[in-house]
Design a protein around this ligand. Structure first.
Ligand SMILES: Nc1ncnc2c1ncn2[C@@H]1O[C@H](COP(=O)(O)OP(=O)(O)O)[C@@H](O)[C@H]1O
Ligand SMILES: Cc1cn([C@H]2C[C@H](O)[C@@H](COP(=O)(O)OP(=O)(O)O)O2)c(=O)[nH]c1=O
Length: 246
């Protein structure tokens, strides 16, 4: 963690509800818990990020991977690190895990993607939203697809599987990651569960020896359900399989 600030990455396949949950979490932390939140997303809304977001039919493979990484490093310099230094909780809709999935879908080796992101801040918490692939396909059909990745045949099944692999990859490298099943839970409930995890982590941090600004752990009214800490799974197991075959 960087000062009092934290970096929370909201990740998951297209249509799972990342943007919706990021917005709900931001509102909850700001309005109910008076936390300073920097809500952001990748690709960013800068010219570089917009080129990547709108350019998925033009840029592919290593070119796309470098475009995304360049946008991420600029994002870190200009927005994420300054916000963390101010003590804010940065909630980022898509981050490194997305690259470990989408660039791999695009034919780039996972280790290569990881090395390209070597100097990027590790998130304090990765929130991996999952849902049964058929649910994802239906949500994308209702909302409309936004990119070449989402239009790819069977994209929901492919992304679902690759996010499970990325979760294991990150957990093996000691990146804290929780997985939440968004198949049936509504966005506000998911936001409350995440807020509970984030505020608990923040409280533990502020209770670290030598800190004068101790804050009691804040309760999260209405939070229910269970977040699975990926490293807690049995060795070798993929992310939660309770929705497999559902
Ligand atoms: N938990 C949820 N349950 C049901 N529908 C949801 C949920 N979260 C989001 N949605 C809907 O699914 C669609 C995709 O959500 P969105 O936030 O755009 O996903 P993403 O950012 O992951 O691509 C939207 O129409 C949204 O209203
Ligand atoms: C963050 C990230 C995005 N992308 C690309 C894929 C997506 O098509 C595009 C935009 O992300 P996406 O979240 O799907 O867009 P929207 O918010 O409009 O639904 O950026 C990557 O290829 N790798 C990444 O690491």
């Amino acid at each position: 963690m960087n000062g009092q600030g934290m970096l929370i990455a909201v990740e998951g396949p297209g249509g799972v509800g990342k943007s919706t949950v990021t917005a709900a979490l931001t509102t909850l932390l700001r309005d109910e818990f008076a936390v300073n939140v920097c809500a952001t997303r990748e690709p960013t809304d800068t010219p570089l990020g917009t080129m990547a977001r709108q350019g998925t039919d033009v840029y592919r493979g290593l070119a796309m991977a470098h475009l995304i990484a360049a946008d991420r490093y600029q994002h870190l310099d200009e927005q994420i690190r300054p916000a963390m230094a101010r003590g804010e909780i940065v909630v980022c809709d898509r981050y490194i895990a997305s690259s470990l999935v989408l660039q791999v879908m695009d034919g780039v080796d996972r280790e290569t993607v990881w090395r390209m992101n070597e100097a990027a801040e590790r998130p304090d918490l990765v929130v991996l939203l999952t849902a049964h692939p058929d649910v994802l396909t239906n949500r994308l059909a209702r909302r409309g697809t936004h990119s070449r990745f989402e239009r790819e045949t069977d994209s929901s099944h492919i992304e679902y599987g690759l996010f499970a692999e990325a979760a294991k990859f990150l957990a093996d490298r000691d990146v804290p990651i929780v997985e939440l099943d968004a198949t049936a839970a509504d966005p506000d409930t998911l936001a409350r569960i995440i807020a509970g995890d984030v505020l608990t982590m923040r409280s533990h941090k502020s209770h670290a020896p030598g800190r004068a600004d101790l804050q009691p752990q804040q309760p999260v009214p209405g939070a229910s359900g269970e977040a699975t800490l990926v490293p807690d799974r049995p060795a070798g197991a993929g992310p939660r399989t309770d929705r497999d075959g559902a």
